[in-house]
Design a protein around this ligand. Structure first.
Ligand code: KIV
Length: 307
């Protein structure tokens, strides 16, 4: 599907829920910038998440905890500008939803200032009260359970599959139900054993969007740099569908070699001006040459030797 026709309109949460009800599997990708968002939108990806993963994959931070509201709004606005059809979801950064008041204020900024349609927040039972308040304020919310990167430091610092023990599995089921009951329109399920993710999916009315959670989810999300082979690290759950790192590397090497060899730019990449105008500008016309310094006459137009 392409988003390039004139009749394109932006998808709503109701459209996503209808697709889910119709049994469609839902693809979602992260996007952080205008040109990539344009391409993903033209390719018909229905949901784009401006994930706080941008901290690591785009800005070079060691953790998502460092990502600020200002950075998220800046990138979300670029993604919204690059899209006509995709539903754009802004990821609320660390501590931006610590209280109900902060959550409503900051989620409102994603919609008002950046033009997002929805926000995502991490946490199940622990975030239910916040999700409820946002939904009551008219802000569509996607939940995020399982591995929640913003809690990485609080969870021991190591990325870990969640829900592998009896109690942890029960906790995740409770998280999923809490997010749904709070009014979220969907929930990301990250790094969860595939059987458990499939059971969670079967018990929810809202779609589950898996990442590292097996094929039994209602949809899948991937970090775009993993999918395109652009990052310097690829997690086990990701599959690279391209090698953009290699493509970019060889393109810039070839370009630099052309610069060194003097073969870039060529005539096709350069502009020429009218020769007569250039002659005039340089004072090389017959009129300009008439009164020369050799004649001891003043010369108002600079000759090219004077430039
Ligand atoms: O920040 C992000 O990109 C995410 C996805 C991995 C779900 O939260």
């Amino acid at each position: 599907m392409s988003a390039s026709s004139d009749s394109v309109r932006r998808l709503t949460v109701a459209d996503i829920l209808r697709m889910h009800a119709d049994g469609e599997r839902l693809p979602m990708l992260t996007a952080y910038d205008y040109p990539t968002a344009q391409i993903l939108d033209e390719a018909g990806i229905p949901m784009l998440l401006v994930g706080d993963s941008l901290g690591q994959v785009l800005l070079g931070y060691d953790t998502t905890v460092r990502v600020t509201m200002a950075e998220m709004l800046h990138h979300t606005a670029a993604v919204v500008r690059g899209t006509q059809r995709a539903l754009v979801i802004g990821d609320m950064p660390f501590l931006s939803y610590a209280s109900v008041d902060e959550a409503v204020e900051n989620a409102g900024r994603f919609l008002r200032e950046a033009g997002a349609t929805a926000v995502k927040i991490e946490g199940g039972v622990r975030s239910a009260r916040i999700i409820e308040a946002l939904v009551r304020a008219g802000i569509p919310v996607m939940g995020h359970i399982g591995w929640t990167p913003q809690s990485q430091l609080g969870m021991g610092g190591k990325v870990r599959v969640q829900g592998k023990s009896r109690d942890a599995a029960r906790g995740l089921l409770a998280d999923a139900i809490a997010v749904q009951d709070a009014g979220a329109f969907g929930v990301v399920v990250e790094l969860v054993p595939e059987q458990l993710a499939a059971i969670i999916t079967s018990r929810l009315r809202i779609p589950t969007i898996g990442i590292g959670a097996g094929a039994g989810c209602s949809g899948q999300v991937q970090v775009i740099t993993d999918l395109l082979g652009l990052g310097d690290f690829r997690p086990k759950h990701a599959r690279a569908y391209a090698d953009l790192r290699g493509t970019i590397h060889s393109a810039v090497e070839t370009w630099a070699a052309d610069v060194v060899a003097g073969t870039f730019p060529a005539a096709a990449e350069s502009v020429r001006m009218d020769e007569a105008t250039l002659e005039e500008a340089l004072g090389r016309t017959a009129d300009d040459r008439a009164p020369t310094m050799a004649d001891g006459l003043p010369n108002g137009i600079p000759l090219d030797r004077d430039l």
